[in-house]
Design a protein around this ligand. Sequence first.
Ligand code: ZN
Ligand code: ZN
Length: 112
Amino acid sequence: MVKEKAAILKDCNIRTHYNKDFAAKLRHSLNEFDSDTHKKVRVEARKCKVCFYLRGTRISGQAFTTTLCQSCGVSMTFPTTDVDFYCLPCSKELLLCVDCGGDINLRSRKKL
Ligand SMILES: [Zn+2]
Ligand SMILES: [Zn+2]
């Protein structure tokens, strides 16, 4: 579909507006990541800094999903296909992110 120059210009400006907005939000998220602005909420949610500040909402399907905790095997049910790796007690004990399974403080570790 061929567009008139005026329409292309309008589309260009709309896209540019969203691009600037996207970059500003990303910068804001990186600042929060660096200062761990919401540490209390993040630790409570058992998420690492990357998952909490940078990955955003995980894409998931609308279907109840049951999975097992990868550490203790307890059965966990979630309202979507977006499931956690570990149950809350295990993630708390092992200091693992429930979203990605990485260290909650982004530390490389030799043992659990
Ligand atoms: Zn567990
Ligand atoms: Zn994570």
